[in-house]
Design a protein around this ligand. Structure first.
Ligand code: MLT
Ligand code: MN
Length: 314
């Protein structure tokens, strides 16, 4: 249908994926075992289209090569018409500079034209890392994504970016500290953004990273037909209690799902028709298909995304 919005979840996991290559935690082990109690997931990315022919990718994970192979709509089209090098990927939009959202750009380096769209702050990060020059500027245009400004990122697909509480990417933290050595966490700027993605007839929100819920963000999301939201952690200390890391979710710039300050509580009562967690970390017990946490997620009216999930709006 013209004006409808097609969404494919290419990768539903946070950085590292499920299983993570070096992780011996219960969830990665279960995913590796293949018994179906934890389904393997690749790293965070979605594809959106209005016409089913031209696609805008949002975020570009190190797993992008496999994600494209697994998604027939993203394959090169018929060679008689489109030639021997082709892609229906029209553009790539970035929501932050995290490795799991930008490293896949290096995979897409074979002299292929597409538009690369990100906030000026994130474009500068790419600019300062010369390895991204493998995206030949003769083919790949870099376009600034201005906050609160509509941009058409593929035929009929419109995006409006807005700031959400977050922090700079892990590898930029030392550079970003202030004179007292403090790192801004939960800051709102161009480093971490959410997107309102729309066609003439449908829209949804995509927020794969968010450190906290603000009144302004809750107001923005009220009544939305669909929300894809940061599902990194179940609770703030899970990496520490599982012995898999030293950091809390807050320190990483992610609000948790559970608890009084969690996303399920913060987004309850906002009349959002469909709520799906994305960017799910391999420590999150809600990844367990039969877990108590998964049951709690379902009771709260949320879904846990899986790779290949397709949604058409309206
Ligand atoms: C995050 O979402 O917190 C980052 O992707 C973490 C990382 O860079 O591994
Ligand atoms: Mn991430």
């Amino acid at each position: 249908m013209a004006g409808s919005l097609k969404i494919v979840i290419l990768g539903s996991a946070a950085g590292g994926g499920v299983p993570q290559w070096n992780c011996n935690g219960d969830i990665s082990r279960a995913a590796r075992e293949g018994a179906g109690t934890v389904i393997p997931r690749t790293q965070s990315s979605i594809a959106v289209s209005a016409d089913g022919a031209n696609w805008c990718l949002v975020n570009c994970s190190p797993d992008i090569r496999q994600q494209i192979i697994d998604t027939p709509g993203l394959h090169p089209r018929e060679p008689g018409t489109y030639g021997l090098r082709d892609t229906p990927i029209h553009s790539i939009v970035l929501t932050n500079g995290d490795v799991d959202h930008i490293a896949g750009l290096l995979v897409l380096r074979e002299q292929q034209a597409f538009r690369l769209i990100a906030t000026p702050a994130i474009l500068q990060v790419l600019e300062e890392n010369p390895i991204f020059n493998v995206l030949d500027p003769a083919f790949v245009t870099r376009e600034g994504l201005l906050l609160d400004t509509d941009i058409e990122t593929a035929p009929g697909v419109h995006i409006e970016a807005f700031s959400v509480p977050g922090k700079v990417a892990l590898y930029l933290e030392e550079k970003a500290r202030d004179a007292d050595g403090e790192l801004a966490i939960g800051a709102e700027g161009e480093e971490t953004i959410g997107l309102r993605i729309s066609t003439s007839e449908a829209h949804f929100f995509y927020i794969p990273g968010c450190a906290a819920m603000t009144d302004a963000l809750a107001d923005r999301l009220r009544g939305a037909p669909l929300l894809l939201f940061d599902g990194t952690l179940w609770e703030n200390e899970e990496m520490i209690t599982q012995g898999l890391g030293a950091k809390t979710g807050q320190r990483m710039g992610h609000m948790s799902m559970a608890g009084p300050d969690g996303s399920m509580a913060a987004l309850a009562g906002l009349d959002i028709a469909r709520k799906i967690f994305v960017h799910i970390n391999n420590t999150n017990p809600a990844l367990g298909e039969d877990s108590a946490e998964r049951a709690e997620v379902s009771r709260a009216g949320w879904e846990i995304a899986h790779d290949g999930l397709e949604i058409t709006l309206p």
